[in-house]
Design a protein around this ligand. Structure first.
Ligand SMILES: [Ca+2]
Length: 232
């Protein structure tokens, strides 16, 4: 997870961006359904957390659809896609209910940076697009509807404070010490690792030249030396 900390959205604007994302996500939902009531207190719920890719493969035809993006079906690789999907969750809802669960918490659904993050979903590249290896929006809607029919609530995980790793800096003259932490107002000049592989709007500030990535992502390097003093 440490590598994701390079890209933590600047804290001064974090709340505003989080609000934007909450507004943006419904735009990828193609079908509007009646709201399912949330509980009065989530502490009363039995939540079953699912890493969607590693749960159950309900549709093998979508297993390898992100191969061209650098995320092939690779069930023997630690960080490879194993094939679990929304249809697989739907097929196992009766099993989940039999465990006593009243809610499921699934992996983030957005399109990830290709490579090692695609299977877990926590390295977003495009917050507007559904990752196809988990299925279609219809598959997701059907699964949610089937869960609700069984009295099971569905929690969609959403990461607002970081994206996947597409950004670095390699200008040694002005960025010596990268990626070590440099306290504000210091920092690094950020750039895409590969200009042809960027975050989707609005996290690709290509309307200015050079791209002012520092207006979107914090520039202070790794946040290291986390320490919880003993006795606290
Ligand atoms: Ca599958």
């Amino acid at each position: 997870m440490k590598k994701f900390l390079h890209h933590v959205v600047a804290s001064a604007t974090g709340l505003a961006r989080a609000f934007f994302l909450l507004l943006a996500l419904p735009s990828i939902v193609t079908t509007v359904r009646a709201a399912y009531p949330s509980p009065t207190d989530w502490r009363n719920e039995n939540i079953y957390q699912i890493l969607t890719d590693r749960f159950y493969d309900g549709n093998p035809s979508n297993d390898n659809v992100e191969a061209s993006h650098g995320s092939p079906y690779a069930p023997t690789a630690n960080n490879g896609i194993n094939g679990g999907d929304f249809q697989g969750i739907e097929m196992k809802l009766d099993y989940i209910k039999s465990l006593g669960a009243t809610a499921i918490w699934i992996s983030p659904i957005v399109f990830n940076v290709g490579g090692t993050s695609a299977y877990h979903g926590y390295g977003a590249q495009d917050f507007y697009t559904l990752a196809p290896h988990w299925g279609t929006m219809t598959d997701l809607s059907n699964m949610v509807e089937a869960a609700h029919a069984r009295g099971i609530k569905v929690i969609l995980d959403l990461v607002c404070n970081h994206t996947g790793t597409l950004i670095t800096t390699n200008n040694a003259s002005t960025n010596a010490g990268w990626p070590n932490y440099v306290a504000p107002p210091g920092g690094y000049q950020l750039q895409y690792i590969n200009n042809s592989n960027q975050h989707a709007f609005p996290f690709n500030p290509t309307n200015v030249s050079p791209p002012q990535l520092s207006s979107i992502f914090h520039t202070n390097g790794n946040i290291d030396a986390f320490n919880y003093p003993s006795g606290t």
